[in-house]
Design a protein around this ligand. Structure first.
Ligand code: MN
Length: 267
């Protein structure tokens, strides 16, 4: 599975890193794994903070990429617990947060939890390269600070998407298949959550869809999903039903555009 080439050509064997990716969203996982493996790194997966901690009990990694929002145990809590354990062991595991940075103060919260740096989500290859290069060149210091990107108003920003996936048309079609199979169930779950007044589930589904649509460079869908997540968080579900419907309609458009884009690039 590991492709043995690196963007750096200094011939240094240390350029292949062993990375632990803690990420709950399957689309985000796949995208990150692909980007990392293309760069010659080996990737182990954890789906939440608890799994990440148990993986780190067994061995250390060159780098942990830690999603902030995850079920069971989030990235902040996992990192804080890890740092507590390290006070005893004397070791220091490098941890870089992955966060949408939606709110001012997120960066400070990451640093307060003991993160060494952060990447903005959705991950862009260029920002990932900057973080990896910082690590390769300087060890544990000097991470770049990524800025959140601006949204465009098309259902899908094709240019942004293609840039994000390194122009990899095979990856694009795999992501589309994955997303097309995943989102109808999420919409169904959101609808049921609204009907039952289950705010926590709506928050979780909103978060998941926000991440997935962000990665697919679908800003409108991402924004509606973000609204649903916020409604779930605050428990104000008055408008949630209509927004779920709006999201479903937008996702149909998104998938249409993505399918068209997949055909375009494969010709
Ligand atoms: Mn997440």
């Amino acid at each position: 599975m590991v492709t043995q080439y690196s963007l750096q050509d200094d011939g240094d064997s240390t350029t292949s890193l062993h990375i632990l990716l803690a990420e709950d969203n399957p689309v985000n996982q796949k995208l990150a794994i692909r980007l990392l493996e293309k760069r010659g790194h080996r990737v182990a997966i954890a789906s939440n903070g608890r799994e990440a901690l148990s993986a780190l009990e067994k061995r250390s990694y060159d780098l942990v990429l830690m999603d902030v929002q995850m079920p069971e145990m989030d990235g902040l809590e996992a990192t804080m617990l890890l740092r507590e354990k390290e006070k005893v062991s004397g070791e220091r595991q490098l941890v870089v947060a992955m966060t949408a940075l939606v709110m001012k103060g997120d960066r400070e919260r990451c640093m307060a939890a003991g993160m060494d740096g952060y990447l903005s989500k959705p991950i862009r290859p260029q920002e990932l390269d900057e973080v990896l290069d910082s690590y390769l060149a300087r060890g544990r210091e000097g991470f770049s600070v990524a800025e959140p990107n601006d949204s465009l108003e098309a259902s899908v920003s094709a240019q942004e998407l293609l840039e994000r996936i390194d122009g990899d048309r095979v990856l694009l079609s795999e992501l589309v298949v994955l997303f097309r199979g995943d989102y109808p169930g999420q919409i169904r779950t959101a609808r049921e959550a609204v009907a039952k007044g289950d705010a926590a589930t709506l928050e979780r589904v909103g978060h998941a869809l926000k991440g997935a649509t962000g990665n697919l460079a679908a800003p409108i869908a991402s924004r509606i999903a973000d609204e649903l997540e916020s409604m779930g968080r605050t428990g104000d579900l008055a408008l949630a039903g209509t927004r779920v419907t709006a999201l479903e309609e937008e996702l149909i458009r998104v998938v249409e555009v993505l399918e068209g884009l997949g055909m375009e690039v494969s010709q």
